[in-house]
Design a protein around this ligand. Sequence first.
Ligand code: GRF
Length: 226
Amino acid sequence: MTPVPVAVLVSGGGTNLLALLDALRDSPAARVARVIASRADARALERARRAGVPTAVLTDPEDPAELVTATGDARLVVLAGYLKRIPAAAVARLRWRVINIHPALLPAFGGPGMYGRRVHEAVLASGAALSGATVHYVDEEYDRGPIIAQWPVPVRPDDTADTLAARVLQVEHRLLPQVVEALARLGVPERPVRLSWRGSAFVTGDNLAVDLDSAADGRTGGRADR
Ligand code: GRF
C-alpha cells in the first residue's frame, strides 16, 4: 500500500501537526507530504521543517488557485489550527477531501469567531457537562460540514477555559491521526463518511454510536471498515 499523501494546513502552534507527524511516521496508510501555512510566523512551520516535511506559505489565502496548487498531489487536506476560510472554489475543487478539527462537539460551539479560548469559554458559560473534539468535512460554511468523528470530554466543575482546552487538545491529538488513517485506508471516499465508536475501534456507519466508556478510556484501534 502506498501511503496517501496528506497536506496539513496550519496557522499557529502546530501541536496537532506534531501528533500527525508522530502517528503517521511509520503508517502504511498515510503520510504528511507537505505543510502549508497561512502566515510565515506560524510555529508549525518550524516543526514541519524539523521533521523534514516540505513547507509553503500562502501569499494570499483567499486565492483558491494558489491554495489548490499548494496542496500538490495530496489526496487529503487536513486543517489543523488553520484560521482562514477555505475559498468556495477550492472547497468545490477538493470536495470531501478537506477535513478540519474543532475543539468542541459540533454543531454546538462552532461558527464564525468560535476558535481558540473562546470556544471553551462559551462551553463553560453554557453549563454543558460535555465538550470534546470534532473532525468534520470542510464545506462553504465555518464548522458546518458533515461530521466524521467526535470524542467527548467531560467538563469538570472546577474547569477553566485553559484546563478544558488542555484536556480537549489531548483528545484532539489522538482523534485526528486516527481519522486521517481511517479515511486513508478507505481510499479517501468521494462521499462523506462517518466514523463511530464501536468497542475499541472506529467503524463507519450511518448511526453515530458513541460508546462513552470506550471513548473515555481512550481505547482506540483506528480500524475502519466500510
Ligand atoms: C486546536 O484546538 C484545533 O482544534 C483548532 O485550533 C487548535 C490548533 O492547535 N482548530 P495546534 O495549532 O494544533 O496546536
